[in-house]
Design a protein around this ligand. Sequence first.
Ligand SMILES: [Zn+2]
Length: 160
Amino acid sequence: MPRSCTVCEHPEREAVDRALVGGASNRSVASLYDVSEAAVRRHKANHLPAKLAKAHEAEEVSRADDLLGQVRALQSKTLSVLLRAEGAGDLRTALSAVREARGNVELLAKLSGELDERPVVNLNVSPEWLELRTVIVGALEPYSEARGAVLTAIEGTGNG
Ligand SMILES: [Zn+2]
């Protein structure tokens, strides 16, 4: 890594990387960790994807290795899409890339065992939940007000 990168040399570099991967803006990361916005931008574009890959390479992941590699590749791709979309001012694409990236990170964390102690169930991708949701919404069809309220409540819980 080049010596000139203040983010790479930052004592809380890992936290910075996590924030960036989680979709925090360059500006908020820069002010939070007291580095320049330009440095954050440069670091995100040039160092972050390789770093993510290396961090996980260092861990012992026997069977999940292949899968991990795939998710890492996916994440690198997602991040490059994010950067390009940001550069082009395409916020819609940037936002969806952020969401993708977040999902990748969750997956990476799970694969490498980081979340073992506090398993997170993502209701939105659980087939059982989706089925139940369809049944609930269908049953409330005649009661549009109740249906709206339930949908709002459901959407609210999905964002935790
Ligand atoms: Zn860097």
